[in-house]
Design a protein around this ligand. Structure first.
Ligand SMILES: NC(=O)CCC(=O)C(=O)O
Length: 265
């Protein structure tokens, strides 16, 4: 499975520019035969909370429609990063994933909001998560996957919940600032090792009023080895995942089986 990590430049508030940068990356990824294309967190507008209402969309709005169309047009799985979507209880930082026929297969509202970046002042958190099948369910090449968003990475319970539901690949769109870049890399590798899963973190490049972002998108295998790592500039890096490694690692070291949840939950 070839995964394209689209480390795009996100310019705060520049919806048209961000959209054309995302589209160019999706097109290029498909041209390079990616099966799965991953966009970063809040890629439509950045953390432009001062103008949040201008950037907030309906669940079937412009960006959702566009993502579904790109998935269908290019025949790719599209983990469409995240953007602000309005729900009955408020606006959430929301990630949508589409199958190659353009069907929406997963909707995830970011559960953990980062106060350090004011998310909790403007957004409402999600309360649920679910895994989904990458590939047709029931076929031998079907793989379960889960999506988390940025700050969620600091909460190992969420990744573990996905994995206990069968996830072998975890996707993490992000806008993770440079001053905590060492946490980013360490935590992505830790989540991969402890869950014996592939972890794909896709960050942005750019800046906003407060923070600077320097990429470092990373794909890690279930043994904690780096499969691919982006530098500090915008660009796409590709990770060719050998999914059979997941079962091998889990069989060789039976971490998931050896859990003693009654002792610590
Ligand atoms: N956008 C985010 O959730 C940033 C998370 C972050 O910077 C951190 O956890 O540190």
């Amino acid at each position: 499975m070839r995964v394209a990590l689209c480390q795009m430049e996100v310019v705060q508030g520049d919806r048209a520019g961000n959209r054309s940068r995302a589209e160019a990356m999706v097109r290029e990824s498909a041209g390079r035969r990616a099966d799965v294309v991953v966009l970063p967190e809040m890629w439509t507008c950045g953390y432009d909370f001062a103008h949040l209402s201008e950037h907030t969309e309906e669940i079937d709005g412009e960006t959702a429609t566009l993502l579904g169309r790109w998935a269908r047009q290019y025949g790719i799985w599209l983990v469409g990063g995240s953007f602000p979507i309005e729900f009955a209880d408020g606006v959430s930082n929301t990630a949508l994933t589409f199958a190659p026929d353009g069907t929406l297969v997963n909707l995830y509202r970011k559960i953990h909001l980062i106060g350090l970046m004011d998310e909790d002042r403007y957004l409402v958190p999600g309360e649920t998560r679910a895994t989904f099948a990458l590939g047709e369910a029931g076929t031998p090449d079907s793989t379960r996957a889960g999506v988390m968003i940025c700050y969620d990475l600091r909460f190992p319970e969420l990744a573990r919940a996905h994995v206990l539901e069968g996830a072998e690949v975890l996707f993490l769109p992000a806008q993770w600032p440079v001053q905590r870049a060492d946490h980013w890399r360490t935590l992505l590798i830790a989540r991969a090792i402890e869950n014996q899963a592939f972890v794909i973190g896709v960050n942005i490049v750019g800046r906003n009023d407060r923070d600077r972002f320097t990429g470092g998108s990373l794909a890690v295998d279930p043994w904690g080895r780096v499969v691919t790592e982006a530098g500090t500039k915008p660009g796409i890096v590709y990770a060719d995942l050998d999914l059979s490694i997941v079962a091998d690692v889990r069989q060789r070291m039976t971490v998931l089986k050896d859990r003693r949840p009654k002792a610590y939950l």
